[in-house]
Design a protein around this ligand. Structure first.
Ligand code: PGA
Length: 306
């Protein structure tokens, strides 16, 4: 019975092999595939009917290493004049150099995130930016564990976990990114990889109060190849169950799990309808103010989805 439910749950993601037994017995925290199907109590009726979590919809724009003073002034002006749905937390992450410019010109409706931070207190660390400096400029958030830092810069789980713990200790919120490479997905290791990365955060942080999890399959980032709503939902549900089993039911319910990877104004509404997708982390499409606003406002498709 468990095996048939499990194989049903993993259609489209795992190879048809008994991987589940393998990852249930692995040394890192386990995941019960039947949890949502058999053990979840009926959910009380809510205003936002298509949400498994209880957190507010969250949309972040990761501008990466893009922009000039002029192009950023234009983007800020477009964002300032955009009509944004009220029940969404909206955050943008400019390059460090432009945080001050953005903070001084952007509407307070939108919060600022950094794209990285140093692992501890500032000091003799050439080329690094400290959490204290980010706070001084008005950043409320920092993106950590982004795949470009994991796979291009070479940051590992332990280092990322330490960065998260330090940022949280100083009062920054953390957008904690996880996600598998294409070859890992093809080898049926998607859950293993995501849970390993989650565990590294879990081992390092004292609390999940100020963390948003971003599931970003690496093969979907900047490629135009978005995960299907079902592929994303499947991993988001597994992440929530992992939190429930390994942290607490409360953390599982409260923690926003957002999706990133080629989200745009044309696909965000369908993705937002999935009950475990609590928002988005947007790269390329966040460089266009009106399109980013469309993605923010895809929260409305969630409200009418169920
Ligand atoms: P993308 O980037 O939207 O350009 O795919 C997403 C991200 O890296 O956060």
């Amino acid at each position: 019975m468990a095996a048939s439910l499990a194989s049903h749950l993993h259609i489209g993601l795992r190879r048809p092999c008994p991987k589940l037994d393998a990852f249930n017995s692995q040394s890192f925290y386990s995941f019960d595939p039947n949890l949502r199907l058999s053990l979840s109590p009926p959910k009380p009726p809510r205003a936002v009917v298509a949400m498994a979590g209880t957190g507010k919809f969250f949309v972040g724009g990761n501008w990466k290493c893009n922009g000039t003073k002029d192009s950023i002034a234009k983007l800020v002006s477009d964002l300032n004049s955009a009509k944004l749905e009220p029940d969404v937390d909206v955050v943008v992450a400019p390059p460090f150099l432009y945080i001050d410019q953005v903070k001084n010109s952007l509407t307070e409706r939108i919060e600022i995130s950094a794209q990285n931070s140093w692992v501890g207190k500032g000091g003799a660390f050439t080329g690094e930016i400290s959490v204290e400096q980010l706070k001084d400029l008005g950043s409320k958030w920092v993106i950590l564990g982004h795949s470009e830092r994991r796979h291009i810069i070479g940051e590992n789980d332990e280092f990322i976990g330490k960065k998260a713990a330090y940022a949280l200790s100083q009062g920054l919120g953390v957008i904690a990114c996880i996600g598998e490479l294409l070859e890992e997905r093809e080898a049926g290791k998607t859950f293993d990889v995501c849970f390993q990365q989650l565990k590294a955060f879990a081992d390092a942080v004292p609390s999940w109060d100020n963390i948003v999890i971003a599931y970003e399959p690496v093969w979907a980032i900047g490629t135009g190849k978005v995960a299907t709503p079902q592929q994303a939902q499947e991993v988001h549900a597994a992440v929530r169950d992992w939190l429930k089993k390994n942290i607490s039911a409360e953390v599982a319910s409260k923690t926003r799990i957002i999706y990133g990877g080629s989200v745009n104004g044309g696909n965000s509404a369908e993705l937002a309808k999935q009950e475990d997708i609590d928002g988005f982390l947007v790269g390329g499409a966040s460089l266009k103010g009106p399109e980013f606003a469309t993605i923010v406002n895809s929260v409305t498709s969630k409200k009418v989805a169920a």
